[in-house]
Ligand binder design. Structure first.
Ligand code: G6P
Length: 368
């Protein structure tokens, strides 16, 4: 029957809260004792992964941000060079495909026109194989790809993607560890990450319990016209995703920058009207941020920090801190996505926008 919101006010909120269960579903049956089961990607995956020499990832919107996170993981743990591109650019480029390149598409719907067109184009370009990581079984993308991995998030109704994204990330960590296993990634590192993955649904559940604190933070954004998200490494794409969520549902102009670029332009924009959100900074990054912020403090700049409980940081004038439970550093991008989803959600509710059906946007962009 028709999907129901249950006790939740919006589908988006329900889908945010489903994340512990659907991340567990995305991992279900795919983890061995100390490594990922490579056959999760199909019976031919083991032989095929052995021949992978580079990867091209193509997607749109939120799915593209998942691909950007995966680049950090795949290069670090599987040692394979990765390119990530939005489908609408990729498909119109004279792409060069070196021998042994795996083509990966990421899509919630499996029906996004540009992603599908990119796959069809890629199939004529001599790739080793195509892999679709997708949430809708039987979708066009799934039917037309050589290998598939379903994200198992269940139907996503809210236009702003939430659980589809975090399950894509879980699936991409599975891909990283499957490829890493075939490529000789250290067994201890594999075992450690597999164990961390098993703990992830529980950690996401504890982050959801921070909802009242995040709702309180949201008040500082409701009257703002702009916001700036900062992240470093695999948290830069999470900053991009946080900014996208805020734009999509609250219509606040938001940008994301890699933290190190702050001084190369956006710092000029920071004043009391421009809150700055820092995602998962480590101690070293925090020191740099604080010194940057000193320069804008005089103008009332306010910093919101989402940080590991082990990071040394006190709240002070102009700095508000939300502490997250400690998580394996490689999986932190998944965990830090959740408070940013909740922040956007509460800002949108305060502003009274149509959270599940934002103006001008569609759940699935099936025409160009
Ligand atoms: C639309 C949706 C986004 C989604 C994007 C890609 O823009 O509003 O939430 O991320 O399409 O969709 P896909 O189904 O390919 O992941």
């Amino acid at each position: 029957g028709a999907a129901s919101k249950g006790d939740y006010r919006h589908f988006m909120l329900k889908e945010i809260h489903e994340q512990p269960a659907v991340i567990a579903a995305a991992l279900e049956g795919r983890l061995g004792e100390r490594s990922v089961l490579v056959e999760s990607f199909g019976p031919e995956a083991e032989a095929l992964f052995g021949r992978v020499r580079q990867i091209h990832i193509v997607a749109c919107g939120t799915s593209y941000h998942a691909g950007m996170v995966a680049r950090y993981w795949l290069e670090r743990f599987a040692g394979v060079p990765v390119q990530v591109e939005v489908a609408s650019e990729y498909r119109y480029r004279q792409v060069v495909v070196p021998e042994g390149t795996l083509f990966v598409t990421l899509s919630q719907s499996g029906e996004t026109a540009d992603t599908l067109a990119a796959l069809r184009f890629a199939r004529t370009r001599g790739y080793l194989a195509s892999l679709a990581i997708c949430n809708v079984p039987g979708s066009s993308l799934v039917r037309e790809s050589d290998l598939t991995l379903m994200t198992q998030a269940g139907p996503e109704i809210g236009v702003a993607s939430t659980k589809a994204f975090t399950t894509q990330l879980a699936a991409l960590m599975l891909l990283t560890l499957a490829l890493g296993r075939v490529k000789g990634l250290d067994g201890g590192v594999q075992a450690e990450l597999v164990q961390a993955l098993r703990g992830l649904p529980g950690l996401v559940a504890s982050v959801l319990k921070l909802d009242p604190q995040i709702e309180a933070l949201s008040m500082a954004f409701a009257e703002k016209q702009h916001a700036l998200f900062l992240g470093r490494g695999a948290h830069f794409p999470i900053a991009l995703e946080g900014a996208l969520k805020l734009k999509e549902i609250s219509y606040i102009h938001a940008e994301a920058y890699p933290a190190g670029e702050l001084k190369h332009g956006p710092l000029a924009l920071v004043d009391s009207e421009m809150p700055v959100i820092s995602v998962a900074p480590n101690d070293e990054l925090l020191d740099k941020l604080k010194s940057n912020l000193q320069e804008v403090r005089a103008r009332g700049g306010e910093l919101f920090v989402f940080a590991d409980e082990r990071v040394k940081l006190e709240e002070e004038e102009g700095i508000r801190v939300l502490r997250l439970p400690h998580v394996h550093e490689a999986l932190a991008p998944i965990l830090y996505t959740v408070p940013l989803q909740l922040l956007s959600y509460h800002v949108a509710v305060l502003k009274g926008t149509d959270v599940d059906q934002p103006r001008n946007l569609a759940k699935s962009v099936t025409v160009e």
